[in-house]
Design a protein around this ligand. Structure first.
Ligand code: SF4
Length: 257
């Protein structure tokens, strides 16, 4: 699926395929799997096939690139919302190679490659010491059990290195890592079975980023949000919104040309 995105921190999303296998606590209520099921798919799990797409789908980022170039802009593409681009699975290699070519053909697009499998980057990415300027490489760190993903991320000299702390499931101390990072995105979990994100965990990330002069983006509370007294209540994603201390937090790193 490729489309103009309603997600505030990216302009487009692009999926080289659909499907994945769960790897950590962040995956427990995987929204992508739920969406796949709702649309009649069965592409999750080690034994399930993945869903692949036509040439028309693959041509969309080329159009986004041309439009951005005409306007003299850069646009961000989140890749992937319905998969993990570094899932180590031979069936995915052809689409992955096509993705790397596409990234190199679209210099006016900044590709946000987010993974929970940074251990696979070394064997699956074609760039070792020299990454294209338009790759923003990120890992999910949903809890303090996953600092090792940051250590792996920092091995790669991507122009922008970021963390997605979503769904945020514990307090995080990123002080050791922030000097080498460019961006932190945080958010709570959606859906009736969502695990609550404590407001002090989000505030702590915001404050750590401010102290380190790192861009911080708060996506949303998700299902649970604090009421005026600070107690968490189940409001549902729409009502919970994305205000933290009465304002939005929308920082995005500036591209350094
Ligand atoms: S890695 Fe992402 S797409 Fe894959 S199961 Fe986990 S949350 Fe879902």
């Amino acid at each position: 699926m490729g489309h103009a995105s309603k997600i505030e921190w990216t302009h487009h999303t692009f999926n080289p395929w659909w499907g994945c296998t769960k790897v950590s606590a962040a995956c427990k209520h995987c929204y992508a799997q739920a969406f796949d099921r709702r649309t009649g798919g069965a592409h999750w799990g080690a034994k399930a096939p993945r869903r692949f797409f036509t040439d028309r789908h693959w041509s969309e980022p080329l159009r986004w690139h041309q439009a951005a170039k005409r306007r003299g802009e850069r646009q961000r593409v989140f890749c992937a919302s319905m998969a993990d681009v570094f899932e180590p699975r031979a069936e995915l290699n052809a689409a992955r190679e096509r993705l790397w070519d596409l990234v190199e053909q679209t210099p006016n697009l900044d590709w946000l490659l987010l993974t929970k499998r940074p251990a696979a980057i070394a064997s699956l990415a074609p760039w070792s010491d020299s990454w294209p300027d338009n790759v923003w490489l990120g890992v999910t760190v949903e809890s303090d059990k996953w600092y090792s993903r940051i250590d792996r991320l920092l091995r790669y000299p991507a122009r922008v290195r970021f963390l997605s702390c979503e769904p945020l499931l514990s307090d995080l101390d990123l002080s050791h890592y922030l000097p080498e990072l460019d961006w932190v995105i945080a958010g709570g979990e959606s859906g009736p079975k969502a695990r609550p994100t404590q407001p002090e965990w989000v505030r702590s990330l915001r404050d750590q980023c401010a102290d380190a002069n790192i861009s911080f983006h708060f996506k949303q509370w998700g299902h649970w949000a604090p009421d005026p007294s600070g107690d968490l209540i189940a409001l549902g994603k729409k009502r919970a919104g994305r205000l933290l201390d009465s304002r939005t937090w929308d920082a995005v790193p500036h591209y350094i040309g």
